[in-house]
Ligand binder design. Structure first.
Ligand code: FAD
Length: 602
């Protein structure tokens, strides 16, 4: 059994975690060593720790620094999977969406209204209406998240009132429905902190460089502290790899190099100012091979995403000019005021870890997001594929497999997964804190908007931010004139949220580097100076931290050329092509939608 810990992730907790990992030897091994601090690895560490197992998690860079900070930030069932008739996958994900909204992380997840445009009179409206009604019904089959408003068909006139930024001839109506948005990077950190509170040792800037095998069983790993270069061994009854697009590296370490578990598909997002598209609703629309999202995010819209095979660098996937032009062209099919590259404030790029088994030569957009648990060698469990929304289910499956593998070397009983009952750090007192927000703002001398911003990012831990400000009122100043984040939040990132470098603070604990034109470089020096006493940075450290932020910005500059395979990018085309799936589904449902067909409500 493990003793409960603190949810604070800082330099001291990292040192303690490294000491625990190094102390795990063959006489007192860890129960589970988790590799990877994305949402699936953090979810697995939490699941294992809550079951009473001794668990450590190592992450090569920062929590969520892989794909888990680069998603479309939707906790969703995935409308497009309905077309692939993945009903159980959609239902499972919608159940998780409801759990996140109602219980696990209500401060980090919220409903968002969507418009799904209808471009032609005739079959399209009942087809879209049916699909979204099925989606809504699937979400109501579970016990959570039932409070989402029901879908509604809207006339073009009503749509114009909601989204005056959509061009007049782009649609004949729309279906309005609700889905949920999640702050992916902050959520992953909250999962890691909750795992720490349940006794998990969490060490970032810590990599597994090889696996240790004895008599054919994986019994541990060689670990490298990326801050000092020191290498040491650790022992575990089971090693659980949750390495996303790096899963094949672990397969290779295990000696199974002939197998390929994942295939990586690149997706980029553009960040543009909110004024660029007047609308109070998100937009989702079909593209020739995938979907386009325009998603409200604070003072910005996120426009995504692409879906192309990719084989380059995995740490900062390259953005091609073709990616940017493709998204602008797809968005401009709908917008009254076309966007140009000048509107783009920031770009981010990520890699989907898609299961490669059974994949053919098709574009990656046709692949399923379902996950798989692999056992390439005794003592080694790998979890691959899936999507952000279903991280908890993936973690539960992976830990079940780890428990089964552990049973080969020890006998005591381990309970089942109970993470569905467990609110994450920040969640428990959130609704009471939200109800008291006006008083909190008055007492703290902040605006109501500032307190709401803090509550939606820190939940009931907003108090720790306000306590810092009470001691040092300068920390109430914004980190950047164009961004809502306060200096106190940067300090909290370092002192409680496991941030080690300035890039962790500017890219993941806040999104300042993505949401301001300078990529954070213009304020990097001044913020690093504020953080220096908390992070123990010397002048030389500050310079190094600032250089990392500049390097990241440069790495994300779009590279001339590139190709969006199979995508017919024709700016100004508004019709959405029917395809064989739609035709087939239409024949099956015979317009039994329950929603008005050609008579939209006003
Ligand atoms: P990762 O987050 O990549 O974590 C793996 C971690 O392992 C990395 O941090 C890496 O540094 C670490 N690691 C690797 N090797 C080692 C090693 N040897 N030692 C130590 N650490 C190591 N899903 C949704 O549900 N909703 C969405 O809206 C959505 N949108 C998406 C949009 C895009 C463009 C993309 C790319 C994905 C999207 N997804 C979405 C999918 C979702 O983001 C991913 O499925 C999920 O984040 C994967 O999490 P992970 O933990 O498996 O991988």
């Amino acid at each position: 059994m493990v003793s409960p810990g603190s949810d604070v992730l800082d330099r001291a907790s990292r040192a303690g975690a490294l000491a625990r990992i190094a102390a795990a030897d063959s006489t007192s091994p860890l129960d589970v060593l988790v590799i990877g601090g994305g949402v699936v690895g953090c979810g697995s560490a939490l699941d294992a720790a809550q079951r009473g197992l001794s668990v450590a998690l190592v992450e090569r860079h920062d929590l969520a620094s892989g794909t888990s900070s680069r998603s479309s930030r939707l906790a969703h069932g995935g409308l497009r999977y309905l077309e692939q008739r993945e009903f159980s996958l959609v239902h499972e994900a919608l159940t998780e969406r409801g759990l996140l909204l109602d219980r696990l992380a209500p401060h980090l997840v919220r409903p968002v209204p969507f418009l799904y445009p209808v471009t032609r009179r005739g079959w399209e409206r009942p087809y879209v209406g049916f699909g979204i009604t099925v989606y809504d019904m699937l979400s109501r089959l579970g016990a959570y998240g039932g409070a989402m408003p029901r879908p509604k068909t809207l006339s073009a006139k009503v749509v114009r009132g909601i989204a005056p930024g959509i061009k007049d001839d782009a649609l004949v109506g729309a279906v309005r429905f609700h889905d949920a948005q999640i702050d992916d990077a902050r959520h992953t950190v909250a999962v890691a902190r909750t795992a720490a509170a349940h006794g998990a040792a969490i060490a970032t800037r810590t990599a597994v460089v090889s696996l240790i095998r004895e008599d054919g069983r994986v019994v541990g790993a060689v670990i490298r502290d990326e801050l000092t270069g020191r290498e040491f061994e650790t022992r575990a009854r089971v090693v659980l790899g949750a390495a996303g697009v790096w899963t094949d590296d672990l397969l290779e370490m295990s000696g199974s190099s002939s197998q390929h578990a994942v295939r990586q598909s690149k997706g980029i997002h553009l960040v543009v100012p909110r004024e660029a598209f007047p609308s109070t609703s998100a937009l989702i629309a079909r593209t020739p091979t995938s979907v386009l999202f325009l998603l409200p995010w604070g003072r910005h819209w996120l426009i995504g995403t692409t879906d192309t095979d990719y084989t380059g660098s995995r740490s900062e996937p390259q953005v091609d000019e073709a990616d940017v032009d493709y998204l602008l062209a797809e968005a401009n099919k709908w917008l009254a005021r076309p966007l140009t590259r000048d509107d783009v404030v920031g770009i981010y790029s990520g890699l989907r870890p898609l299961l490669s088994a059974g994949t053919g030569e098709d574009g990656t957009a046709t692949l399923s997001r379902e996950h798989a648990v692999l056992r390439p060698a005794p003592g080694l469990v790998l979890i691959a594929g899936g999507k952000y929304t279903t991280y908890r289910v993936m973690a539960s499956d992976a830990v079940d497999a780890a428990v089964a593998s552990r049973a080969e070397v020890t006998t005591d009983n381990v309970p089942g997964c109970e993470t569905d009952e467990l609110p994450l750090v920040g969640a428990a007192g959130y609704s009471a804190a939200w109800a008291a927000r006006e008083r909190t703002a008055r007492e703290a001398g902040l605006t109501l908007a500032q307190v709401e911003h803090l509550l939606r990012r820190h939940g009931d831990r907003t108090r720790t931010v306000l306590d810092l400000i009470a001691v040092d009122p300068k920390l109430a100043e914004p980190m950047h004139p164009e961004a809502p984040y306060l200096l106190a939040e940067a300090v909290i990132a370092i002192t409680r949220e496991g941030a080690v470098g300035l890039d962790d603070v500017l890219v993941r604990r806040t999104r300042l580097a993505l949401e301001t034109r300078g990529g954070g470089v213009d304020v990097a020096q001044s913020i690093a100076e504020v953080l220096a006493p908390y992070a123990n940075w010397t002048e030389a450290d500050i310079a190094a931290q600032v250089a990392v932020v500049a390097e990241r910005r440069d790495a994300l500059q779009p590279v001339p050329g590139g190709q969006i395979d199979q995508q017919e990018v024709v700016a100004g085309v508004t019709a959405v092509a029917a395809d064989s799936v739609e035709e087939a589904l239409l024949q099956e449902v015979e317009f039994a939608t329950g929603l008005p067909g050609d008579a939209p409500t006003a």
